[in-house]
Design a protein around this ligand. Structure first.
Ligand code: NAP
Ligand code: HSE
Length: 432
C-alpha cells in the first residue's frame, strides 16, 4: 500500500469532529477501498485550547490557515468552518494552490457557487459538496450523475433537520417551540445562528443548490422565496391533523413552460404523501424526472456522524481522482439562463384560519370576496367560538397566488373579519 494522502481540515466543530471520528473508526476499511490511507495532517480552529468532542493530538491544531493552505504535501482541503467570509477566502486560496476541496457549506455555495466552480474549473481541481444538502443523504451526486440523463420536473424536499425536529415534537408531543429548539441545538442540528433554520434561510440555501443542479441554471439564495415556521401555532398543526394533513417546512423547485419556481415555506402535506411520514431530524428529497419518474432520497439531514458520512465519501472521491490524475471531471452544470417565475404566478391550494364576527351573512360576504377573485373553496369549517367571534378554517382549490393575495387584502379590510390568523399553502396532493 502506498503512503497516506494528507488532508487539511478547516474546522473541528460538530461536522469536523464527526469527520475525525469516522476516519478513526473506519480508517482501515477506507484505506483498503482507496489503496492508500487518509491522514488528517493539520486542523484549523479558532481556539486551540477548547475541549473537543473527539480525541486529537494537540499538535495537529493550528490557528494559522497558511500552515495548511501553503503546504504542498496537503492535496485535499475539507472546509467545515461555516460562514461566507474566511471560508470563501480559504477555499479560493486552496483551489488556486491546486488543492481539491470538500465542503459542507451551503451558505457559501448558495451565494458564491459560480465563483467557486469557475475557480475550480480553471485550476482543474475537484470541488465536492455532498454534505451541503440533506446531511448524510446522497442527493448531489445522484442529481449530477445517476439522474443526469433526465429532464428534472420537480424537486420537493424536507431539507432542514432542525425545523422538522421541532414540528415533529410540537405535533406529536405538544411540546413548546423554544424548549424543542434548545434540544435540537444541543444535538448539533442547528446552525450557529438558529434563526437561519427557523426562518427558512438554511432550507432556501439548500433549495438554491438543488434547483441549480436540477434545472441547469444558476439559482442563488436571494432568488428563493422563503417563509419560516415561527408563525405556526400548535392550534393550526392540530387543525391540520384533524383535516388529514401534516405540517412540514417544504422546499419546492419546479420547472414548467413559464419558468422556474423555487420557494421554501410551511405547507400542509396530505398524510398519505411520503413526505408526511418524514419525522424528527430526518430529511427527504422527492425528485421527479421524465425518465425515472418519482424517486425519494431519505435519511438523517443533520448531525455529526451523518454529515461526516457525506464529507468522507467526497474526500474518498477526491482522493481517488488524485490517484488516477482525473480531477475536475464534473464541473459546474449551469449551462442555461432560465427565467424565474414571480411568486404571484405560482398555483397552489391554501389553508386559512379566520376570526370573524358571528352573525348571518358573514360567510356569504367572505365567499363573495373569494369568488370575485376566482378563489374556489373546497371546505369551510367553523371550529370554535371565541366569545362573540367565530373561528373559520377554510381550504381552497388550486388558485394563482396573486388572486389569493388580492382576496386576502380585501378580506383584511372587511369589518366582519377580525383577524386573518393563519395562511399556509397546501402541497403534495393531486397536481402538486
Ligand atoms: P461548528 O460546530 O460551529 O464548528 C465550526 C468549526 O470551525 C469550529 O471548530 C471553529 O473553531 C471553526 N472555525 C469557525 N470559524 C473559523 C475561523 N474563522 N478560523 C478558524 N476556525 C474557525 O459548525 P458545524 O455545525 O460543524 O458546521 C460546519 C459547516 O457544516 C457549516 O457550513 C454548516 O452549515 C455545515 N453543516 C452542518 C451540519 C450539522 O448538522 N451541524 C450539517 C450539514 C452541513 P473553534 O472550535 O475553535 O471555535
Ligand atoms: N442546521 C441544518 C439543519 C444542518 O438543521 O438541517 C444541516 O444542514
Amino acid at each position: 500500500m502506498s503512503g497516506p494522502i494528507n488532508i487539511g481540515l478547516l474546522g473541528l466543530g460538530t461536522v469536523g469532529s464527526g469527520v475525525v471520528r469516522l476516519l478513526q473508526q473506519n480508517g482501515g476499511a477506507i484505506a483498503q477501498k482507496l489503496g492508500r490511507p487518509l491522514k488528517i495532517s493539520r486542523i484549523l480552529v479558532r481556539d486551540r485550547h477548547r475541549t473537543r468532542q473527539v480525541e486529537v493530538s494537540p499538535d495537529l491544531l493550528t490557528t494559522d490557515p497558511e500552515t495548511i493552505l501553503a503546504d504542498p504535501d496537503i492535496p485535499i482541503i475539507v472546509e467545515v468552518m461555516g460562514g461566507t467570509g474566511a471560508a470563501r477566502e480559504y477555499i479560493l486560496k486552496a483551489i488556486s494552490q491546486g488543492k481539491s476541496v470538500v465542503t459542507a457549506n451551503k451558505d457559501l455555495l448558495a451565494l458564491y457557487g459560480k465563483e467557486l466552480f469557475d475557480a475550480a474549473e480553471a485550476s482543474g481541481v475537484d470541488l465536492f459538496f455532498e454534505a451541503s444538502v440533506g446531511g448524510g443523504i446522497p442527493i448531489i451526486h445522484p442529481l449530477k450523475e445517476c439522474l443526469a440523463g433526465n429532464r428534472i420536473r420537480q424537486v420537493i424536499g424536507i431539507v432542514n433537520g432542525t425545523t422538522n425536529y421541532i414540528l415533529t415534537k410540537m405535533s406529536r408531543e405538544g411540546r413548546d417551540f423554544a424548549e424543542v429548539l434548545k434540544e435540537a441545538q444541543s444535538l448539533g442540528y442547528a446552525e450557529a445562528d438558529p434563526a437561519a433554520d427557523i426562518e427558512g434561510d438554511d432550507a432556501a440555501r439548500k433549495m438554491a443548490i438543488l434547483a441549480s443542479i436540477a434545472f441547469g441554471t444558476r439559482i442563488t439564495y436571494p432568488d428563493v422565496y422563503r417563509e419560516g415556521i415561527s408563525n405556526l401555532t400548535a392550534q393550526d398543526i392540530s387543525y391540520a391533523a384533524d383535516l388529514g394533513y401534516a405540517v412540514k417546512l417544504l422546499g419546492i423547485a419546479r420547472e414548467d413552460e413559464e419558468g422556474i419556481e423555487v420557494r421554501v415555506h410551511p405547507a400542509l402535506v396530505p398524510l398519505n404523501h411520503p413526505l408526511a411520514a418524514v419525522s424528527d431530524v430526518f430529511n427527504a428529497i422527492f425528485v421527479e424526472g421524465d425518465a425515472v419518474g418519482e424517486t425519494m432520497f431519505y435519511g438523517r439531514g443533520a448531525g455529526s456522524m451523518p454529515t461526516a458520512s457525506a464529507v468522507v465519501g467526497d474526500i474518498m472521491e477526491a482522493a481517488r481522482n488524485i490517484q488516477h490524475k482525473t480531477r475536475g471531471r464534473i464541473s459546474c452544470t449551469c449551462f442555461y439562463d432560465k427565467p424565474l417565475k414571480p411568486m404571484g404566478a405560482i398555483i397552489t391550494k391554501y389553508y386559512l384560519r379566520l376570526v370573524v364576527v358571528d352573525r348571518p351573512g358573514v360567510l356569504a360576504s367572505i365567499a363573495g370576496v373569494f369568488g370575485e377573485r376566482e378563489v374556489s373553496l373546497a371546505s369551510v369549517i367553523q371550529e370554535r367560538m371565541l366569545g362573540e367571534l367565530a373561528e373559520l378554517v377554510l381550504i381552497t382549490h388550486r388558485v394563482r397566488e396573486q388572486n389569493m393575495q388580492d382576496a386576502l387584502g380585501v378580506l383584511a379590510g372587511l369589518p366582519v373579519v377580525k383577524e386573518i390568523a393563519c395562511v399556509v399553502r397546501v402541497e403534495g396532493g393531486e397536481s402538486g
